[in-house]
Design a binder for this molecule. Sequence first.
Ligand code: MN3
Length: 223
Amino acid sequence: MKKISLLFALITCQLMAFAQIHTQSPLPYAYDALEPFFDKQTMEIHFDKHHKTYISNLNNAVKGTPYEFTPVQLLVNEISKYPMVVRNNAGGHWNHTFFWQILTSHDKTGAPSEALLKAINETFGTLEDFKLKFVDASTKRFGSGWAWLIVKDGKLVITTTPNQDNPLMDIAEEKGSPILALDVWEHAYYLKYQNKRADFAKAFFEIINWEEVSKKYELALKK
Ligand code: MN3
C-alpha cells in the first residue's frame, strides 16, 4: 500500500512538473468545417502550429516569474506591466482562443440576435454596411494585426490593432470589449487567398458564429 501511494505521489509530481500553465482548448469543430471559406490546411497550421507556438512561448516567458500562474486574461488587462515577449504571446494566445469561438461552419452561422442587429443597424446602417466597413478596416490595418468589433461605453465600434495586441489591453488606443475578431496576419489566409486580404475578410462573413457573437454582445453590455 505504501509503495502504491509513493508511486502515486511520484507520478503526481512528474505530472505537475510537466503541467503547462497556459493550455489550448480543443478546436470546437473539425479542421475542414469552415471549408470552402477557410481551408483545412490553413486551419491545421493556424491552430496546431501558430496558436500552439504562442502558448509554448508564453509558458516559457512566464516560467519562474512572479506572474507564472497569472491567468492570461489578467496578463492581457495589465499588459503594460510585462515584457514584450509576454505582450506578443499572451495576446497571441488570447486572440486565437477568442477567434476560434466566433467561427462556425457555413450551415450553422445563424443570425445576430434582435438586440445586436438593432445596434448594428443603428451604428452602421445595415448588416451589409457593417460588413463593408469591417472588410475595409481589415484591409487598412498595415502589416500584421487584427480587426475587431468591440463594445465601448455601450456602443459598437470597429477598430484594429497591430501584431497580437487587442482592445482589452491597457496599451490599446481604442479600448473596449471584443465581440467579433478577424486575424489579418498573412498566416491566416495566404495559402488560399494569397495577397487578397479583402476576399478573405468577405469569406469570413460566411462563417461567423452569430449566436456566440450575440452572447458576447449581451455580456459586454453588462460590463
Ligand atoms: Mn493567427
